[in-house]
Design a protein. Sequence first.
Length: 730
Amino acid sequence: MMSILSRHLSLASVRALALAVCTSLIVAACGGGSDNNNASSSSSSSSSSSSSSSSGGSSSSSGGAVTYTISAAVGGLTGTVVLQDNGGNNLTVTTSGTFPFTTKIASGAAYAVTVLTQPATQTCAVAAGTGMASANVTVTVTCTTNQYTISAAVGGLVGTVVLQDNGGNNLTVAASGTVPFTTKINSGGAYAVTVLTQPATQICAVTAGSGTAHANVTVTVTCVTQYTISAAVGGLVGTVVLQDNGGNNLTVTTSGTFPFTTRIAAGGAYAVTVLTQPAAQLCAVTAGSGVASANVTVTVTCTNQYVISAAVSGLNGTVVLQNNAGNNLTVTTNGTFPFTTKIASGSPYAVTVFTQPTAPAQLCTVAAGSGTASANTTVSVTCKNVGKFLFVVNGADAPQGSIAAFTIAPLTGVITLVGGAPVGSTDSGPSDIALDPTGAYAYVTDFNAINVDTYDIAPVTGALSATANTASTGAAGSNPYTVAVDPTAGYVFVGSSTATTGTVGAYTSLLGALTPALASPYTDGNNPVGLAVDPVTGTGLVFAANEFDSTVGCFAIGAGGALGAVSSLSILGGTGNPYAIAVAPAGGFLYVTDSVNNNVTAYSYTDCTALTLIGSAITVGTAPEGIAIDPTGSYLYVANSGDGTVSAFTITSGTGALTSLGAATATGGGASTTQTALVVDPSSQYLYVANGDAGTVTLFTIAAGGVITIVGAPVTSVNTIGGPSAIAIE
């Protein structure tokens, strides 16, 4: 080449060309130069590049520098890790595998692979991550899941406690201190520390024992001394279930001492109660509650228990009973009903009436309601209607007689005149009154009018209203004086007199209208002034007190109320003057007053064949003209018109004999020349006396034993003058 140049170029040109070649070679040696020189250089590098390729390098096609790929072989990854090379060139990896960094490294240049961002629950570590690139490089990145230690800081321990984490991984601790569980928890995993086995004499409680592990965790376990609560059960027959603190049930089937399974921490409260009593016993806990400071044994004594029941009769509403001033028993019908609380053997019971019936008003009384339980016991509760209305006939009240109607206060017996004044009689000379069993009608005999009238009774107020129903009682000259009603069948009987004899009429009633029975009226003795009906004996009997012939007429009640032939039964040897007459509620005994001889006599009977005197005549006050027996058949009262008193007697059950309750009691109405009448209310707690000439009504209370006590002042029953002659109560 130099020979060709030397032929065609001058020396200067040769020198210039030589300088250019030299400069080009120098530049090429520093990596620069023109394309031609690079081509020459590339040819030189080509053999060098061929050697690096076998080592994984690379170069440009124009003969540039050699570079190498840096890769990361990631293993065990769950999540996302961000790697860096030389503090940049981030590489985000989401799964295990080998991944290259995007920027290559020149041959001989440094590389440094590091972790920029760790996965959420892992730690990734780079192995041999730095060096000088002389070939393609793959560094190892190993990712492992984070794990944390769960420890228990146990305090106050005396004995051995066994803890668990997540229902396993048992940890036995024998002394206070912080102790780790052997099994670690993966990051984000749940832990739950509990007590598997308590110490023998303590209770250990875990505080904040569960959660999610994001770091090492130490939970607190506090141990305190605990005590056993036991029950010493005695006298048990059957099965009793006890409780401590409203739970932790303990079933006991025999006498002995038994522990509750759950112990009580020192200073903790205990309360032993009976959850379920034995079938036939009552178990009581003694000193069953307190604060635990040692092992405790409470006493449970079981005794036989008995059912107290109430046999209720006569009830027409709702009565509330009590046993031992509590344990209410509401009864709405007749029958036998137990109190819910049983009574332990040897313990007292006391059954009382807490609330009396009100619709209708009744008085319920308890018989033999208290005692000491030694067996199942049934007490009797008898309910009776309390009087609602009281009616008084004023025979001589102007202008032709009147009838007074009163309401009765059920709790006091006090009477209040209905409408402010008595109702005028529809006929002249009303003499007696009797009430229909339904309480809807009142029947009034009119002595001067020869008939019997019907009045409607208002069911709420008791007001009387005259009706058009009037029944004749006999021929002219026959004076109806007394009236009685069969309380079962509702038949109406009327006693009338003439100058020489008397009759008893019999009637059926339909809505207050009276119809004479077959062959009515029936011949009787002289001047029947009192009637009494026995609905119990046989088909029923009617007795008439015949004042002027010393006899009692007796009639058998037949079909439709018709009466059989009269039997004239002599009293007191035919020397008396019978006036008022009464039959025992259960039948079999008859009581008659003698208005002239001032006495009362008792008789027994079985039919109309004969009257048998019981004892002898008993002296009462002057002119006894009224008689009444209380609904229980226990007491008899006689109104003495001549001295304004009431004589009281007890009636001996079974024999019918009378026993005086002492001196007669004044009525406050004074002596009377006209008839004085009296009546006992249906509950046997009040006695009402109509005072003849005084025109008043006196209220008495009836105490146990039949003794009467006057209440308040007599109440007026007339419009002007003219005393009452009869009285009736509904």
